[in-house]
Design a protein around this ligand. Structure first.
Ligand code: GDP
Ligand code: MN
Length: 345
């Protein structure tokens, strides 16, 4: 594709060089994964499916990020699986580490206390991952020229042909956040997330919009519903994460320490922010994008959509039973006064 170029792993600062050719209706967008060298086969599998189902017609770049250097072997075998450009990037040190607001000793205690309470309860690196995906991924130099990103992971499945460009769909419909699956979060991992969020809202009412979808995450009794968008798939207008409001929200959460003392995931954090800062009309369920990540699957039941899919992984009707998806349909926007009142309760 004319105008496209590939940079090597160390060349992160191609500053204004356009990594996406926008002349032919392409968006400034990429498929982005944080991934480990050990996940080579799983990453190849994901990329191959996305190419087969969608991207071979578009050639959007893949951006793979890692906290350590990618091995030559990893780079070679990823490049071999796709014709699309692939960019390999290493995280800046400041984006992958202990928050300056927590103390090592208290973190060690928290990991010990939580190790048998929930999945990854004792994992330090998992917390670095969640903090990075919540507060820093959109700041990586390789993403600086992008308007949208589509987050992907190794070892996921894409069941359906996607006969259009979801990035362009986002733009044409003024969408900010797109998802496929909405489960409930494990309550023990986010014990004080809403409490902390509520304080941020009350301290920063200037960021609360006139209309928001907040009622999806906070119920009539002013309790967190545990609803979240599963962020291992998300298509996002990056100006949302780059906004002053989102950044202020993330910094407030980071100061509270819950990424480490609890195990706040980037999914509930992104979802909390999306519900509080966006309107329902800006959030889209890509029902037609059949998807599996270990734990849950989604396959569309609408016959016309489903005819484009091969739904072989079990329990792919999850979204038609999901409480959070039902709530997504039922709940409408509330106004700023109502939002602040919920935060006050
Ligand atoms: P889960 O989906 O919550 O079970 O968490 P995953 O283990 O799938 O991690 C989420 C994403 O972050 C995946 O794309 C992983 O490859 C990636 N990831 C998790 N931990 C690390 C890490 O320590 N280093 C790197 N480079 N990637 C990681
Ligand atoms: Mn995963």
């Amino acid at each position: 594709i004319p105008g496209w170029s590939q940079v090597g792993q160390t060349d992160l600062s191609t500053s204004n060089s356009t990594i996406v050719n926008v002349a032919d209706g392409h968006q400034r967008a990429a498929l982005v994964a944080l991934v480990r060298n050990s996940e080579l086969e799983g990453m190849r599998s994901t990329i191959r499916q996305i190419d087969d189902r969608f991207n071979r017609n578009y050639g959007y770049p893949y951006i793979l990020l890692n906290d350590v250097d990618f091995t030559e072997d990893f780079i070679k075998h990823i490049r071999a699986v796709t014709k699309a450009p692939v960019y390999f990037g290493k995280l800046p040190k400041e984006h992958w580490g202990l928050s300056p607001y927590v103390t090592e000793e208290k973190v060690r205690e928290a990991l010990d206390r939580n190790k048998d309470r929930y999945l990854y309860g004792g994992s330090y690196s998992y917390r670095l991952m969640c903090r990075f995906q919540s507060g820093f991924i959109h700041k990586h130099p390789l993403l600086q020229n992008l308007d949208y990103y589509w987050r992907i992971e190794p070892d996921v499945s894409y069941f359906c042909d996607i006969p259009y460009d979801p990035f362009k769909y986002m733009r044409d419909n003024k969408l900010v956040y797109g998802f496929t699956i909405t489960p409930m979060e494990a309550a023990l991992t986010v014990e004080t997330l809403w409490e902390t969020t509520r304080h941020w809202m009350l301290e920063n009412p200037q960021f609360i919009p006139e209309q928001s979808f907040m009622h999806w995450v906070v119920n009539e009794k002013a309790k967190y519903t545990l609803c979240h968008f599963w962020s291992n798939f998300e298509i996002v207008d990056l100006s949302f994460y780059r906004s002053e409001a989102y950044q202020s929200f993330f910094n407030h959460l980071d100061k509270a320490g819950g990424f480490f003392y609890e195990r706040w995931g980037d999914a509930p954090v992104h979802s909390m922010a999306a519900a509080i800062l966006l309107k329902k009309e800006q959030i889209h369920w890509f029902e037609d994008i059949g998807y599996h990540h270990p734990g849950y699957s989604h396959c569309p039941k609408d016959p016309e959509m489903r005819n484009r899919c091969v739904c072989t992984k079990g329990n792919s009707d999850f979204m038609y039973r999901s409480m959070c998806n039902r709530r997504f349909k039922e709940v409408s926007n509330i106004n700023k006064d109502q939002a602040l009142e919920l935060a006050h309760m």
